[in-house]
Write a protein of this length. Structure first.
Length: 152
């Protein structure tokens, strides 16, 4: 069993968390970046706001812009974040070559917690293969939905 296969099993058992640098992966040049996913809502908000300002009133346009920004930041971007995380996880877990590339770029991190409460994490400076081999057998199951999508 390779380290990547063991890592997949640990991820499936929720004993290890995969962290993804969302900002790096959700930018142009990344294979998981979708331009329309990021640009279309922002452009639509601006067009509606400018249209309301030009056709009706400045305050209505400002209100439309404020509501649109609120919606974009609180309702839409969390969905984008989750989608980028899912696409990145699918990409990097397909082959060791892909995992190695994105690991070396600093876009990934790993986290686990042993049964004794000892927390272990791995970032770009850590050899992820050795980290997976050194994991204790008594890992605790981490809470579901606790994906680390913050910066590495």
């Amino acid at each position: 069993m390779t380290e990547l296969e063991r890592l997949r099993e640990l991820l499936d058992a929720s004993q290890v968390k995969l962290g993804v640098h969302i900002r790096r992966m959700n930018s142009s040049g990344s294979p998981v970046y979708r331009a329309a996913e990021n640009l279309v809502p922002a452009v639509a908000i601006l067009v509606v706001s400018l249209g309301a300002t030009a056709l009706l009133h400045f305050y209505l346009g400002a209100a439309m812009l404020a509501v649109g920004c609120w919606w974009w930041l609180t309702r839409y971007m969390p969905k984008v974040r989750d989608a980028v995380f899912d696409r990145t996880a699918a990409l990097v877990l397909t082959s060791e070559r892909d995992f190695d590339f994105w690991w070396a770029s600093g876009a990934l991190s790993l986290y686990a917690k042993s049964g004794e409460g000892q927390e272990v994490a791995a970032t770009r400076r850590t050899d992820w293969r050795q980290w997976v081999r050194d994991l204790p057998p008594d890992l605790t199951t981490l809470p579901t939905g606790a994906q680390d999508t913050g910066s590495v």
